[in-house]
Ligand binder design. Structure first.
Ligand code: FAD
Ligand code: EPU
Length: 351
């Protein structure tokens, strides 16, 4: 591997990506470009980086599966600034560069007395990736707090600022997810509350707070602590057992179809979606019911603590993990007639 450094960016040739994806699978790129200053992007695209869609933007690799090599260059944003930018409608505006670590940013906002992001504590990854799949957990979605997304438009070479209404946010979905070669997110601005209104409806949070000895209305930092404790119990730490969190999205199905499923499987969990015509099913429950939890094929496996999490026990390849995922999805389709869709971005092959 050779390295060259220029103002605002660094280029590494033939770079390994094994440590840059939380599945820990082997992958390499002929060209890794680490950007420290987003203003160099217009010069980079069409210069060091070809102006075609082949370049993959990578955050911390906690929602990608390298089933093959990335087709071209890989660009990582190492931009790290964040701070308060103003006030609007009684809420504080805070802005963070794409390269900021999400959980560090959440803790910083809470430390500033700002709330909203507490239920999203400990989600791995970067601020820049948060809008891509509209990260969500424990009854909150990041789109509720996004004031603007700043991006570099790879098709025009211009910087743009998009309001949340332009981003098509939905459950684990956004405009950015559908057009991965169009927008490179450079920063996100959030609108956060100064008056804390706790959101404790998601199963387990109130119980965790009680177990922590918190009585009455909790503080936002305490809600974050409860979420962190639940997450540490349920989800394997990628540093110990490499994984990418939930491998499948929870399927959204027509409400009319759920009656027949419930008649056969009365314990099937069903969740409201905000649209009375549909219901969300638990992919973990469906996979668990097919007997996959804790299953292992060589080094590719399913976490013993959560049926939705595929894990790499050591040297599984991306293709081995993908093969296991496909068999899991086929078995859920065969038994329940429900189609599972992967959540992480799969690189190199089609799902
Ligand atoms: P990457 O994995 O590097 O990239 C993900 C996608 O975003 C790729 O398509 C990539 O090209 C694109 N991308 C990244 N940065 C940019 C950018 N700046 N501009 C344009 N595109 C970009 N997710 C949840 O929603 N909720 C959870 O509770 C949750 N829990 C998890 C738990 C574990 C243990 C793990 C490993 C993952 C979990 N995830 C969860 C998934 C993951 O943390 C999120 O999707 C996170 O936002 C990914 O961030 P990243 O920086 O690692 O992105
Ligand atoms: N369940 C099982 N078996 C299991 C695990 C769970 O049957 O092994 C059932 C239980 O009935 C449980 C239900 O699934 O009540 C839901 O489980 P959990 O609360 O863990 O949530 P999830 O639907 O599996 C989703 C997100 C997670 C997020 C949690 C908390 C998706 C695809 N996943 O998981 O996000 O952290 O809710 O809000 O929506 C991720 O996206 O990577 C991720 C980890």
């Amino acid at each position: 591997m050779s390295t060259a450094t220029s103002v605002g960016y660094r280029v590494l040739e033939n770079a390994r990506l094994d440590a840059r994806n939380t599945f820990g699978v082997r992958a390499t790129t002929p060209l890794l470009v680490e950007v420290r200053d987003a203003t160099v992007l217009p010069d980079l695209f069409g210069g060091v980086i070809p102006r075609d869609p082949s370049t993959l933007v990578l955050g911390s690799g906690s929602n990608v599966l390298f089933a093959g090599e990335p087709p071209g260059a890989v660009l990582a944003l190492n931009t790290r600034a964040f701070g308060t930018t103003g006030d609007e409608g009684g809420r504080a505006l805070v802005r963070a560069d794409a390269g900021v670590v999400w959980h560090d940013f959440v803790l910083w906002t809470l430390g500033q007395g700002l709330s909203g992001l507490e239920n999203l504590a400990l989600i791995p990854g970067t601020v820049g990736a948060a809008p891509i799949q509209n990260i969500g957990a424990y009854g909150a979605e990041v789109c509720e707090f996004i004031h603007a997304v700043e991006a570099f438009d790879r098709t025009t070479g211009q910087f743009v600022r998009l309001g949340p209404g332009q981003c098509n946010f939905a459950y684990r979905d956004s405009l950015f997810k559908h057009e991965p070669h169009h927008y490179l997110v450079t920063a996100v601005e959030f609108a956060l509350a100064r008056n804390f209104i706790p959101r404790l409806g998601y199963a387990g949070i109130a119980e965790e707070l009680a177990a922590m000895g918190i009585v009455g209305v909790p503080r936002a930092m305490q809600v974050a602590e409860a979420v962190i404790r639940i997450r540490r119990r349920k989800l394997p730490d990628p540093a110990r057992l490499p994984n990418a969190g939930s491998f499948f999205k929870n399927p959204i199905v027509p409400a009319a179809h759920t009656g027949a499923l419930l008649a056969i499987h009365p314990s099937l969990p069903l969740f409201r979606t905000g649209d009375e015509a549909t219901r969300k099913l638990s992919a973990a429950w469906l996979i668990d019911a097919c007997g996959w939890k804790g299953h292992r094929e060589g080094d590719a496996g399913v976490a013993p603590t959560h049926a939705l999490v595929l894990v790499n026990h050591g040297n599984a390849s991306g293709m081995q993990l993908l093969g296991l995922a496909r068999r899991i999805a086929d078995s859920v389709q065969a038994r329940f007639g429900v189609k599972l869709e992967p959540e992480p971005r799969i690189i190199g092959v089609e799902w």
